[in-house]
Ligand binder design. Structure first.
Ligand code: GLU
Length: 279
């Protein structure tokens, strides 16, 4: 495959663990094997949870492990304008509406409903703010905080059936409706994970997205956003998650398995790579 561009896109909310290293290696090896480019992107839109010290640790730990990247590191927090431009396109297409609901109000509404539809992340947003009259929208927007949601039914009707190629598995039919009216800009952040990741993968020319299969469900939404924003669709490889000897996936809570701790315990990069291969 010519011009392979892959990326590793961690959120700096903690130290990298073996699972991250596994994921980074898959992207890095795919790029290096093809003579392509491997990019590092820091997904730090959540300013409350992300820390600069973890950004520094990510670059240091990857370097220690022997993983290098091409070009400058892209930090999402420096590119809110790009995400807002994409959002404007969707607003112009009348696919976005403001949502004033608090989490508690959404929960209460779902609890009171006879049958609340569920998606991969739990009960779907019940659509409370979808049909608000325009005048109510305007006055509430001037005095209340709000998120921006995608009108999923309208969006899906516009694009028609979509699919993407999952490496080794063939074409997957996208089913974004099962996620409901997803949030594309949060009350406290002018974008969301789904929007920022879709825009960045396109802007950075990523041709192969390698990431954990826990994000497989999100790919349905990303495919829809690509169609709505007229962006190219990369090849996806949502890979298996690295698990420990008991079959439990490595997560941030497994503190002993951060790269930092393994290094402090005297493990060499080669030993850590061997642990990853064995996992
Ligand atoms: N930032 C996401 C994470 O840390 C990964 C996003 C992606 O690879 O699409 O889990």
């Amino acid at each position: 495959m010519a011009d392979v561009i892959t990326r590793f896109a961690p959120s700096p909310t903690g130290l990298l663990h073996l699972g991250h290293a596994y994921s980074a290696l898959i992207g890095w090896r795919a790029a290096r094997a093809a003579g392509g480019r491997f990019l590092l992107r820091i997904e730090d839109i959540d300013r409350g949870r992300c820390r600069d010290e973890f950004v520094a640790a990510i670059t240091e730990d990857l370097t220690w492990l022997g993983i290098d990247w091409d070009g400058a590191v892209r930090r999402q927090s420096e590119h809110f304008d790009d995400y807002m431009a994409a959002l404007d396109t969707l607003v112009d297409r009348e696919l976005i509406y403001p949502c004033f609901c608090t989490r508690a109000a959404i929960k209460a509404e779902i609890a009171g409903a006879d049958a609340a539809p569920h998606g991969p992340d739990g009960p779907l947003y019940p659509g409370t703010c979808r049909a608000l009259p325009d005048d109510e929208r305007y006055w509430r927007m001037s005095s209340e905080s709000y998120a921006l949601r995608l009108d999923m039914a309208k969006a899906v009707a516009l694009t028609g059936p979509l699919s993407w190629e999952e490496d080794g598995k063939g074409m997957i039919a996208a089913d974004p409706s099962s996620a409901g009216d997803v949030v594309l800009a949060r009350k406290d952040t002018p974008t969301s994970y789904h929007l920022a990741v879709t825009v960045d993968d396109a802007l950075q020319g990523v041709t192969l997205v390698t990431r954990g299969e826990d994000l497989f469900a999100a790919t349905h939404i990303h495919r829809l956003l690509q169609a709505l924003l007229e962006l190219p669709t990369p090849l996806y490889r949502n890979h298996k998650l690295l698990t420990d000897a008991d079959g439990k996936r490595f997560a941030k809570r497994d503190k002993a398995l951060t790269l930092r701790d393994l290094r402090a315990a005297g493990r060499s990069p080669d030993e850590v790579l061997a642990m990853i291969e064995a996992g």
